[in-house]
Design a protein around this ligand. Structure first.
Ligand code: ZN
Length: 248
């Protein structure tokens, strides 16, 4: 079984379609680790697409804020403005869909899906301080997470060796293949489909192949200027569309 792992799409339709084009024919089932909306200009189009495409979808913190489950009090002013804009522009149908999304973890056959971390859907797994206790903990051997918008992840092997997965600055397309070894534990972040923050503006996703026992990381350029122009036209804050071309 090959799973397409999508995360942190953030209403970026160009990013989503570019990822899906590159992933076409390479997976059996698509899943989404949350944050369908927030920041970008196409919340309804993205929700419509993900609802039809993905077998399993869990909610992210921006999904909660944009549909009114959370009050976005912890967001910075720009993110709050985008949250308000998204809330006003979502159809009732899509607001209801976002409200219905389950909280992670979602237990799949052979792995676990979370937005932030298995302990707290809003926690950021940024480095060993957060990753090591999880890798040593009772959770499944393989956890897929998002929320940080940083493609890569963390591993702990049977000899207790900790390793950060770094994506090399390779050409577009398949950037790294990580084999899944028996006895090693994995925290896998597929990267962000709609707003990368690892200083690489190209959008990212991953394919988890449980038969070949490997994770493939992908990175691809997209029509970022088109997304930015839509955001400007919608009146979304300038820093939110500038950051797309900077990848941060
Ligand atoms: Zn996000």
């Amino acid at each position: 079984m090959r799973y397409l792992l999508l995360s942190d799409i953030h209403s970026n339709l160009e990013g989503l379609y570019t990822c899906l084009e590159l992933a076409a024919g390479k997976y059996d089932q698509a899943v989404c680790l949350g944050d369908l909306v927030g920041y970008g200009p196409n919340p309804n189009e993205v929700v419509d697409k993900i609802r039809n495409l993905c077998k399993v979808v869990i909610r992210g913190n921006h999904d909660k804020a944009c549909c009114g489950i959370d009050d976005a009090a912890e967001f910075n002013p720009y993110a709050r403005m985008a949250t308000d804009w998204t809330h006003q522009n979502l159809t009732q149908h899509n607001l209801d869909y976002l409200r219905s999304l389950p909280m992670g973890p979602a237990v799949m056959n052979g792995f676990i899906m979370v937005h932030g971390s298995p302990n707290d859907e809003d926690e950021y797994i940024l480095g060993p301080a957060q990753a090591l206790p999880l890798l040593r903990g009772p959770e499944a051997q393989l956890v897929c997470f998002g929320h940080t918008h940083l493609q890569g992840g963390f591993t702990l092997n049977s000899e207790a060796r900790f390793h950060s997965v770094h994506i090399p600055p390779t050409p577009d397309g398949l950037t790294l293949t990580v084999p899944l070894e028996d006895g090693t534990r994995y925290l896998i972040n597929p990267g962000s489909v709609g707003q990368p923050r690892d200083r690489d503006w190209r959008v990212g996703f991953a394919i988890l192949d449980l038969d070949r026992k490997e994770v493939e990381y992908y990175r691809t350029p997209y029509e970022v200027a088109k997304t930015q122009a839509k955001m400007e036209k919608a009146g979304l804050p300038l820093p939110l569309y500038r950051r797309l071309e900077l990848g941060r």
